[in-house]
Design a protein around this ligand. Sequence first.
Ligand SMILES: [Zn+2]
Length: 255
Amino acid sequence: MRVYSVDALILRTYRYGEADRVVVFLTSDRGKKRGVAKNASKSRRRFGAALEPLTRGRVAYAEREHRDLVRIDRVEPHQTPLNATRGRESDEAAHVLTCAAYFAELLDEWAPEGQPNERLFRLGSAVGDALCHPGSVDALARYFEYWLLRLEGLYPAIDVCPACRRQTLSGGAVLVPGAWHYICDACGHGGPRLSAAAITFLRHAATRTPVEVSSASASPGVLRDLERAHHHLIALHLEKELRSTRVVKELRPSP
Ligand SMILES: [Zn+2]
């Protein structure tokens, strides 16, 4: 048996037998792991709020050869989404937790088991920390989706229209349904459309930190356009609509 103590993000948990929980977590250097947290369902004393999705912390676990499940001995939280709810109104606080769960679910979908992916871990940690700063949670969500797709090399180019190869996309772009391209307004219509301001948002997201992007004031219209396009791209990648994508839409506080 080998014992590890690693920086990790909690992605999700589910019941395992009477009293235990299985915890899915993304380590900084050993990829995604799945482990049993003894008694975590029965007593909150041992793990407390440390198992909230998107909690970043130190996870101590033991791994046996030829066993899929590791044994989780301890989770010491360094940052939890619960910190991000302080000082927010109750519906906004609920929206923060829903978004944290959405980020964690996407990370879970994105991370293959046991394959190190340090950039994914860093992205998840950065957005988790940024949730604790005042700013737009929705802008942070669009930033996160942009970077998730970008890390896989999937985000469509936003410079020149690939259909006519003449027009730049600075003035706005249309996503081709079912494909990985934005094209100019003259070349296409029908798919989700990004305004010029939405393209500017993406250009900023490419070079700025999550906190800088969530603190800049993006308009609700820009964020809605991006959300439509990103959900289309994510569904295309995962070939299914994520459960929490719907939950986020249903729980969003009305403006
Ligand atoms: Zn064109």
